[in-house]
Design a protein around this ligand. Structure first.
Ligand SMILES: Cc1ncc(COP(=O)(O)O)c(C=O)c1O
Length: 392
């Protein structure tokens, strides 16, 4: 699966992964995978183009395809009438934040976390409140309750003063929150009126863990999902909000300007992914299992000062570089920036010519960490780790 595209063909790609850095840099950063799409997706898009089916989206086809996938994959039921199309996961999060909280409200995030959680919240003019993960890289429910007590409550206009933007599975650690953790989260947030928005875009990329969709444990929960990460369709923009039992009014409140964004062609692609891309996904997961084992072996051999606790999901490896020669005492969380001006990511880029996501950008807990993308050729992984090991 990950050997299908030779390196020189990957370098011909024009998306950000392969174009951001200079050509001698191995790009191990942004969450794109170096695969060819599942054939049914290519055919579905091609057929749509031949039909001239390039208009606006209509109907609940995306939600129905996701419902079949969620039921077959996780045994979770989706009520199609409690879903809404949005242009992508992060714009969905942005709009839900703006809808559920008043201006000046807060977004609680469990750092270190996907940098746009900070940036989009700030762009929505809400303050970011961190409830960092514990040392075990799992949710710290005590810290979350403290944050809820600090910034929760009900605003004068009846809206929640705060939402919690959850990442499940968690980017960058790959942690999959358990049903018990999520039930506790729902119980902790409810008394403070804090609403939970759960980003579940990595959920189909699961290794031997059980995934619990948040809408199934919290009737007021709102999950965001998309085929974009698991099926590598970030260039085909569309996503879905899935709400719990008590979210009908919330979903009805999503403005028309928001539902205007999703692309019809993208929806056709994502439907094909959920319905017909499952064998391809199984092959990707097999390839990722191999790449995870390879990374563990290579780190032990070439870069033993880098520590890695493999997560239970996704193609991202969160590498702890605190014990390396490139650890930077001045490294500090700097959420939201692309993060190449300090810390190990800067050293690996300048001295090893490996482009990584800088941990500092992920907020508290991210200093002297880097995020390494495993969704690529094994020989690229090997060369990247060799290069990193030479300076670490
Ligand atoms: C946790 C998480 N959420 C959202 C996204 C982006 O999704 P979208 O492109 O649909 O906004 C990513 C992309 O890497 C991600 O890792």
């Amino acid at each position: 699966m990950f050997e299908a595209v030779p390196l020189d063909r990957l370098r011909e790609r024009t998306s950000v992964k392969w174009r951001f850095f200079e050509p001698d840099v191995l790009p191990m950063w942004v969450a794109e995978m170096d695969v060819l799409p599942a054939e049914p997706i290519t055919h579905a898009v091609h057929d749509a183009m031949l039909r001239g089916d390039t208009g606006y989206p209509h109907g609940t086809g995306y939600a129905e395809a996701f419902a079949r996938f969620a039921s077959d994959t996780w045994g979770a039921e989706v009520a199609v009438d409690r879903t809404a199309l949005v242009s992508d996961v992060m714009m969905g999060a942005f709009e839900l934040i703006r809808m559920l909280t008043p201006p000046g409200g807060s977004v609680i995030v469990t750092s270190p976390v996907y940098p746009p959680f900070h940036a989009y919240s700030r762009h929505a003019e809400r303050s970011v409140v961190e409830a960092p993960l514990g040392d075990d890289l799992r949710l710290d429910l005590v810290a979350i309750e403290e944050a809820c007590a600090r910034v929760g409550g009900v605003a004068d206009d009846g809206r929640a003063r705060a939402v919690l933007l959850l990442c499940n599975p968690h980017n960058p650690t790959g942690t999959v929150h358990t049903r018990a953790e999520l039930e506790r989260l729902a119980a902790i947030t409810a008394p403070y009126g804090v609403r939970v928005i759960s980003d579940e875009v990595h959920a189909p990329l699961l290794f031997d863990a059980e995934f619990t969709p948040y809408w199934t444990v919290d009737p007021r929960g709102l999950s965001l999902t998309s085929a974009s990460k698991a099926f590598n369709l970030a260039g085909l923009r569309t996503a879905l909000v899935v709400g719990g039992d008590d979210t009908a009014a919330d979903l009805a409140g999503i403005a028309e300007v928001v539902s205007h964004g999703p692309s019809h062609i993208a929806s056709i692609a994502h439907v094909a992914a959920f319905d017909e891309g499952r064998e391809w996904l199984a092959d990707v997961l097999d390839g990722l299992r191999d790449n995870r084992a390879l990374l563990a072996r290579l780190l032990a051999e070439h870069a033993p000062t880098i520590r890695w606790r493999p997560g239970e999901a996704t193609f991202l490896a969160w590498l702890d570089c605190r014990g390396t020669r490139v650890a930077d005492p001045a490294s500090a969380p700097d959420p939201g920036y692309i993060g190449l001006s300090t810390g190990p990511a800067k050293a690996f880029l300048e001295r090893a010519r490996v482009g990584l996501s800088a941990g500092e950008a992920f907020g508290t807990g991210g200093a002297n960490h880097v995020r390494f993308n495993l969704g690529t050729r094994p020989d690229v992984i090997e060369e990247a780790v060799r290069r990193m090991g030479a300076v670490a």
